[in-house]
Design a protein around this ligand. Structure first.
Ligand code: NAD
Length: 485
């Protein structure tokens, strides 16, 4: 762990073995912190914020340091990509793409650091002037999940530092490797001690301390909806600012006039990329009734060909699930789907290949004859499981797609741009893709409507989350008001 500029073990001396989900081999041993370690990190961040000069450093200088972290990530991209694949089992090609996006996040927020110089506003009061400025929130607790370990961390670390906050990052206890490495780069870049702190350990101790401790001003969390709710509750102790990036059950709406081959290809990518362990996975396919049969036939045929394997092998298209526990959750949902009467079109079991038996693999799975009242359609499975429903009009497509507690992302496929606009403007989602699935980048905001979260990451909005807005009013000719004569 990295606390107050020092690399330390857990105060208790406890450690945790980090497992490669491809073969269950131990790839590293990490410190296993708890609330005591989190308290030490919070204290360091508090002191650095209150007494250090990080928040008053000229914004361009802070920005340069954040930008420098991005260039160091580019320098060490291959090492970081390999660590991410050891930790998550995803293909190393995917990990490289993640690392490149992560470097861009630091470059973007580094560049943004000095772009908001505040705003002078027209005061309605004579002989006065008003300006509105943004200032850092203070000490920020940041908690991330295991599916995109470093990507989710980057979305939080880069804007928080660029805006002048001090931070305590706690990555998922099962995938800490790349976050540890990036803290080495944060140190190398010269970020002052106490400004950026890293605590490792379980959510219920190290994580919970960040959301309950009253010395923390803001808690930013990415993870499951139930954890998000409990963090909201504990953040209420001192009315912390909260930013939540929770789950999704993301609709992928395909009209009959869409480019068939592209829509099939991208529907597979939407749901089976990273074994479906993607918050914005297109796990809920809504296909126009007239093309349903041929669309499903093409999907099933291609889903059968997806090559599962070691993320380091060139021909592997998808890695394993993250853990035995998570695979058991996916299996439970497949049973629920069967019990609810959905038709299992392909998959629905573990692969039989001998070389995959030590990993947490699960076959790409497609359910047809699904309806929006089914749990398999409503709840986030977070695995390689696609549900297929049909619709007969654009109004019905919108109605079905919005019929969930989530509102993270989704797509619409059609060659009719009026129809695309009709659907896009009515979907209650933080991101809508037209004739594409998955693109995101540092310049555009990311986040959810409804129970998919609160606030936004990335883009200017992602930086604004880490600022307080202050109005400074100056009376240029003070004189008695004579209210109380
Ligand atoms: P999780 O909620 O179990 O854990 C996420 C993090 O929270 C981990 O670091 C964990 O240690 C910590 N945690 C657990 N209990 C805690 C508590 N009581 N207090 C404080 N911290 C606690 O989620 P997960 O299984 O790691 O990740 C999968 C979930 O993340 C999915 O639901 C997925 O949709 C979501 N996710 C969302 C986005 C997004 O951008 N919206 C991105 C990635 C993942």
């Amino acid at each position: 762990m990295y606390i107050n500029g020092e690399w330390v073990q857990a105060l208790s001396g406890e450690t945790r073995e980090i497992i490669n989900p491809y073969n269950q081999e131990v790839v590293a041993t990490a410190a296993e912190g708890n609330e005591k370690d989190a308290q030490a990190a919070i204290q360091a961040a508090r002191t650095a914020f209150d007494e250090g000069d990080w928040r008053t450093l000229p914004a361009n200088e802070r920005g340069e340091l954040v930008y420098q972290i991005g260039t160091l990530i580019r320098r060490d991209l291959e090492e970081l990509a390999e660590l991410e694949t050891w930790d998550t089992g995803k293909t190393v090609e995917e990990s490289r793409a993640d690392m490149s996006d992560i470097a861009n996040v630091f470059l973007y927020f580094g560049g943004l650091a000095d772009k908001d110089g505040g705003e002078v506003i027209e005061s309605p009061i004579p002989n006065s002037e008003s300006k509105v400025v943004r200032e850092p929130v203070g000490v920020c607790g940041q908690i991330t999940p295991w599916n995109y370990p470093l990507l989710q961390a980057a979305w939080k670390i880069a804007p928080a530092l660029a805006a002048g906050n001090t931070i305590i990052m706690k990555p998922s206890e099962i995938t800490p490797l790349t976050t540890v490495k990036v803290f080495e780069l944060i140190e190398e870049a010269g970020v002052p001690k106490g400004v950026a702190n890293l605590v490792l350990g379980p959510g219920k101790s190290a994580g919970a301390e960040l959301s309950t401790n009253t010395d923390v001003d803001l808690i930013s969390f990415t993870g499951g909806i139930e954890t998000g709710k409990s963090i909201m509750q504990s953040a209420s102790h001192n009315v912390k600012k909260i930013a939540l990036e929770l789950g999704g059950k993301n609709p992928n709406v395909v009209f009959a006039d869409a480019d068939f081959e592209t829509a099939v290809d991208q529907a597979l990518n939407a749901v089976f990329f990273h074994a479906g362990q993607v918050c914005s996975a297109g796990a809920r396919l809504l296909v126009e009734e007239s093309i349903h049969d041929q669309f499903v036939e093409a999907l099933v045929e291609r889903a059968k060909r997806i090559k599962l394997g070691n993320g380091f092998d060139k021909d592997t298209q998808s890695g394993p699930l993250i853990s035995a526990e998570h695979r058991a959750k996916v299996e439970k949902y497949v049973e629920i789907g069967k019990e609810e009467g959905a038709t299992l079109a392909v998959g629905g079991q573990r692969p039989e290949a001998a070389e995959l038996q030590n990993g947490f693999f699960y076959l790409p799975t497609i359910f047809t004859n699904c309806t929006s009242d089914m749990r398999i359609v409503q709840e986030e499975v977070f695995g390689p499981v696609l549900t297929v429903e049909t619709f007969t009009s654009k109004e019905e497509a919108v109605q079905f797609a919005n019929d969930t507690i989530y509102g993270l992302a989704g797509a619409v496929w059609t060659q009719d741009l009026d129809k695309a606009e009709f659907v896009a403007s009515r979907l209650r989602l933080g991101t809508v893709w037209i004739n594409d699935f998955h693109p995101y980048f540092a310049q555009a905001p990311w986040g959810g409507y409804k129970q998919s979260g609160i606030g936004r990451e990335l883009g200017r909005e992602g930086m604004d989350e880490y600022t307080e807005v202050k109005h400074i009013y100056r009376n240029k000719q003070p004189e008695p008001v004579q209210w109380f004569k």
